[in-house]
Ligand binder design. Sequence first.
Ligand SMILES: CCCSCc1cc(N)cc2c(=O)[nH]c(N)nc12
Length: 375
Amino acid sequence: MEPAIKYRLIKKEKHTGARLGEIVTPHGTFKTPMFMPVGTQASVKTMAPEDLKEMGAGIILSNTYHLWLRPGEDIVEKAGGLHKFMNWDRGVLTDSGGFQVFSLAKLRDISEEGVAFKSHLNGEKLFLSPEKAIHVENALGADIMMSFDECPPFFESYDYVKKSVERTSRWAERGLIAHQNPATQGLFGIVQGAGFEDLRRQSARDLVGMDFPGYSIGGLSVGESKGEMNRVLDFTTPMLPEDKPRYLMGVGSPDALIDGVIRGVDMFDCVLPTRIARNGTTMTSQGRLVVKNAKYSEDFRPLDPKCDCYVCKNYTRAYIRHLIKADETFGIHLTSYHNLYFLINLMHQVQDAIEQDNLLEFREAFFEEYGYNEN
Ligand SMILES: CCCSCc1cc(N)cc2c(=O)[nH]c(N)nc12
């Protein structure tokens, strides 16, 4: 049977672990490295599908936890799945819900069976198992699904992380068995192990042995320093097959994306661009620009003079500052659009640098202007 998800390695960058590739999904083929906008509740906040296409988005994310609780996977399934429900005909990836239970729900209790918790919406007692998570993801119809995993705190004890990794591997196996649509929905395994090289190796070995079509690197971007993240990536990505995509979960600052690509990561997601946009913070080639600051009240330049996005071509810092200060939602639309475009376009520039084997020079030039610190 043809797998739902295929990866084609086009070129390895000469001086780093970076790769130029293509990920083939039932809803299109997309070049990597790529940034994937997050649409937690079946909407990338303030973005219409046409905006996302115009900025070059290929795959967007949604959340099993949120959509299970509201509106319910049965309603999305009746609508014909997430693509139909949200009028999006390109790629969709769903997370499996475990991470969101630990970051959102109250009173959680984890066991071999799964996670018992109280809904963050109404306090209802719920239970999420690997089988239930996969059932919901099947109903949502995502092109790429995540296995059900536990993301332990980065600084948790070795013994706890070891037990957690072993349970996450057993949960991954249960998810593979429960998966109903492998021909149309690709299921990725999620490598865990916090900052312990031997536990990352154990997790990778278990999951690679289950032959997933792609692998996520979990357990990072949870409060550790950038130096720690890069240290873990240095030994983790080489543990994964070259002919499968690698997705680093929850990572989205420009510097972290570039350093992740250099270490062999192909796919990224993060709520950062739309989250900071909501308080008027924008990403520019000169670093962050907080457009609601008074100093921009009569600044009639674009957010980023070097950016060719729709927002930077048509609107000024003064106008966007006014909208944000006046609580006009159009202002958040403009800052969100620009931030998402900035990261998607950054990955296009990185693809070119891989093509030309000058990714390290690109990194140096980018950080020279953007500003960068390791921690
Ligand atoms: C739509 C959100 C996707 S990424 C969420 C996320 C983010 C981060 N940082 C880590 C993890 C992880 O270890 N496991 C899982 N399932 N998800 C994670």
